[in-house]
Design a binder for this molecule. Structure first.
Ligand code: GLC
Ligand code: CA
Length: 547
């Protein structure tokens, strides 16, 4: 008799948990690690990071607990914008390696079950691309690949650009070419003429580029192929339409082999606008429109309330059935240790890895790398050079966050055995590097690994989220699921506060420290009284709620 009663109950439980714990695709649970190939690891001593350097160190990603990496562009480029000015979308830049090196990378990635995401820059080509060169020669097909306008001649007979538009990297967005007697549009550097997406040939050509690399992946390594798109044309409906069409190309491939590709898009915009990239009921867009809240909206001066506002706003606008993502750094912005503070490195990693959604880490943030010092003479980023200002160039130069990865205390931080590196190594590398942090019990690296491991707990995949700003400094959030709950507490100020965690529902008695930031005197497993938790200046904690 009893068993008859039990059975239906079990059935019901199984059903409801099935609904809640929907099976998740690889990209929904992984951490994406951004590699800036030029600065990750130089395998041949020329001072420039390369593909073989990545292949040789893929195991490091495994060690961190990371399942996917996105690579900044590795395509053929004259490097005016370090690879974001692509001369040939179908070829690999020589100094980074060959197509065989790339295939080896894919093979190794497959062996380690690490997905590779490529960075596709659809907005423009390089001015040294065959397409642009043909355009200058008056080849009509390619002339229409770009955006041309006549100049404006003033009363003195002097020609000026068609409009006063300024490029994202300073100076006019128009450049005159005598060959054709017109100006072309470049939203970024002069070497990056914008492509004309109102021309259907361009649309088709760029889809072919996507297909080429997807097919390459399918040929030797079907499950390791994904794409990252950089979209710049400022949220036009036409831009979004392109994203939808690219998603269709991805989904065609998925239909063939059943494997999901992920599209991330970069658009610096409001949370509300960013949501458009996800798509809607009828059209699917990007799975990951990058969430730049932690980059654009807050920094080390922000109050706990401002942090809460920035994080919650993405979640507020996000479509309910899509995933959020958390990005605190990339090759375009000052490092977390410099933008927030070195003490807040662990706290920010707690946010990017434990908030609901997909975690993204820029290489070096796991060890708390600091912006390197790059003199005016050594500055190579157009963002710095274009200022023509040897004093203030560093404010807009992006070289400091691109200095070589700090592997060890060896020559050139273990990045290169060469005599010169393309950018100088940051000064603090002898103490701040992977090798040292591996053997230091409480280090950013080991905390990062603990967070990445904890993230595999179901709670962080399926649970609800609630946050609070306790005061000027302390921001906390709770993740809870069924009977389990964790609380993350981060103090953004240098003074201590005592907070009452029983504010959160079902937190009554005690909490236990699981992970604490490097300067925290609290040990793992320490049990604290929930209604009176003392948080020291810049301290960050991951706490388990005890029932
Ligand atoms: C993207 C890249 C940036 C580059 C720009 C122009 O924003 O992240 O580094 O300068 O595109 O291509
Ligand atoms: Ca090299």
């Amino acid at each position: 008799m009893k068993s008859l009663l039990v059975l239906p109950v079990l059935f019901a439980v199984a059903l409801s948990s099935y609904n809640k714990e929907k099976e998740l695709d690889w990209w929904e649970t992984t951490i994406f690690y951004q590699i800036y190939p030029r600065s990750f690891k130089d395998s041949n001593g020329d001072g420039i990071g390369d593909i073989n350097g990545i292949t040789e160190n893929l195991e490091y990603l495994k060690e961190l607990g990371i399942g996917a990496t996105w690579l900044s562009p590795i395509f053929k480029s004259p490097m005016y914008d370090f690879g974001y000015d692509i001369a040939d979308f179908y070829a690999i830049q020589e100094e980074y390696g060959t197509i065989e090196d790339f295939e080896n990378l894919m093979a190794k990635a497959k062996e380690l079950d690490i997905k590779i995401v490529l960075d596709f820059v659809p907005n423009h080509t390089s001015n040294e691309s065959v397409w642009f060169e043909e355009a200058l020669r008056g080849h009509e097909k390619y002339f229409d690949y770009f955006i041309w306008e006549d100049g404006v001649v003033d009363e003195n007979g002097v020609m000026h650009p068609p409009t006063n538009w300024v490029s994202a990297l300073r100076k006019s967005a128009w450049e005159y070419r005598e060959e054709v007697g017109k100006y072309y549009l470049h939203q970024f550097v002069i070497g990056q003429p914008d492509l004309n997406y109102r021309n259907p040939d361009v649309v088709e050509e760029m889809k072919n580029v996507i297909r080429f690399w997807l097919e390459k992946g399918v040929a030797d390594d079907p499950d390791n192929y994904d794409y990252l798109n950089h979209i710049y044309t400022k949220d036009l409906d036409e831009t979004i339409e392109m994203v939808f069409q690219w998603r269709e190309v991805f989904d065609d491939f998925k239909e063939k082999d059943g494997l999901s590709r992920v599209m991330m898009t970069e658009a610096y915009t409001t949370p509300k606008m960013a949501m458009k990239y996800y798509g809607n009921r009828d059209r699917k867009g990007a799975q990951m429109p990058f969430n730049f809240a932690l980059i654009s909206d807050v920094n080390g001066d922000s109050s706990a309330a401002e942090i809460k506002y920035a994080l919650d706003s993405f979640l507020t606008f996000k479509p309910i059935d899509e995933h959020a993502n958390w990005v605190a750094g990339n090759h375009d912005v000052s490092r977390v240790a410099s933008r927030f503070s070195p003490e807040l490195v662990d706290g920010i990693n707690m946010i990017t890895l434990l908030m609901p959604g997909i975690g993204v880490t820029y290489m070096g943030e796991e060890i708390g790398m600091v912006d390197g010092y790059v003199s005016w003479e050594d500055t190579v980023d157009p963002g710095g050079c274009n200022t023509d200002d040897p004093i203030n160039y560093w404010i807009t130069s992006r070289d400091p966050q691109r200095t070589p990865f700090q592997w060890s205390a060896d020559k050139n931080a273990g990045f290169s055995v060469g005599n010169k590196t393309w950018l100088p190594v940051a000064a603090d590398f002898e103490n701040l590097n992977v090798e040292v942090q591996r053997v230091t019990e409480k280090s950013h690296l080991n905390i990062y690994k603990a967070l990445a491991a904890l993230r595999n707990d179901k709670i962080f995949r399926y649970s609800r989220y609630e946050s609070v700003a306790y005061n000027e400094g302390v921001f906390a959030f709770r993740r809870w699921y069924n009977k389990k709950a964790y609380i993350v507490v981060i103090n953004f100020r240098q003074e201590a506060y005592t907070i009452d965690l029983t504010y959160f529902e079902n937190v009554n008695k005690k909490v236990q420290v699981l992970i604490s930031s490097i300067q925290s005197p609290k040990n793992s497993w320490e049990v604290l009284q929930a209604d009176k938790v003392e948080i020291l200046g810049s301290e960050s904690l991951v706490l388990k709620v005890l029932f």
